[in-house]
Ligand binder design. Structure first.
Ligand code: 0WE
Length: 195
């Protein structure tokens, strides 16, 4: 189903269809982000009002809108999982406005966890180490970044897509029944390092 997360009518239609076809919903995975390319290339200080708005609308507000659409279908409780990145808490050169939008996404997950907790809906973030996806391929210096993680992460390697998937499955399962509002680092330990 087509879903432009900047359009309320798209989101409404998706959950309407899900309601009709399945009756209920257990898991929502939020894995969408966008900042205009020029905002990821220059300096953060030059971020335009429009690039800031678009990055936050697509990458952070969308979680709030999707959670609001999903919650009425999560009648037996549910799990909402959002993908985030370390650039939300420390400066990663060139991540720029995406880092600010991911900080907003993580904070939004905490407030959603509080609101939806009484309905047994949990809301968590997976903070992934860098993965060589289509979106990452356009980023200058990405190969060097993968090498940096390999050298500096405690596990001396990069995270595998399956390992991120396994964490998502865990967060969807009853094994994670008491975990909500958290950011879980799936980054081979990179986040614990100070130097
Ligand atoms: O969140 C991301 C990137 C998401 C993303 C990617 C693009 C590329 C194409 C958002 N907007 C756009 N806009 C485009 O026009 N990551 C975690 C991957 C990423 O992106 C970086 C990184 C890492 C890591 C950008 C600069 C520095 C590091």
């Amino acid at each position: 189903m087509e879903c432009d997360v900047t359009k309320d009518d798209h989101i409404a239609r998706v959950f309407e269809q899900i309601g009709k076809r399945f009756g209920k919903l257990h898991l929502l995975l939020h894995s969408v982000a966008f900042a205009p390319k020029d905002a990821l290339e220059g300096e953060f200080v030059d971020t335009s009002r429009e690039a800031f708005r678009v990055a936050h609308d697509v990458s952070a507000y969308s979680l709030v809108a999707l959670a609001r659409g999903a919650a009425p279908l999560m009648t037996g409780g549910g799990s909402i999982v959002a993908m985030t990145y370390y650039g939300s808490e420390k400066v990663v050169p060139h991540y720029n406005v995406m880092g600010v939008a991911k900080a907003s996404l993580e904070a939004s997950a905490r407030y959603l966890a509080y609101d939806l907790g009484p309905k047994k809906i949990r809301v968590n973030c997976i903070s992934a180490g860098p993965v060589n996806t289509l979106a990452a391929r356009g980023i200058a210096g990405f190969t060097e970044m993968l090498r940096h993680y390999e050298t500096h992460a405690p596990l001396k390697r990069n995270v595998l897509p399956d390992e991120l998937g396994a964490t998502g499955v865990f967060l969807a399962s009853d094994g994670a029944a008491a975990i909500t509002g958290q950011v879980i680092y799936v980054d081979c330990g990179y986040q614990i390092m100070g130097m």
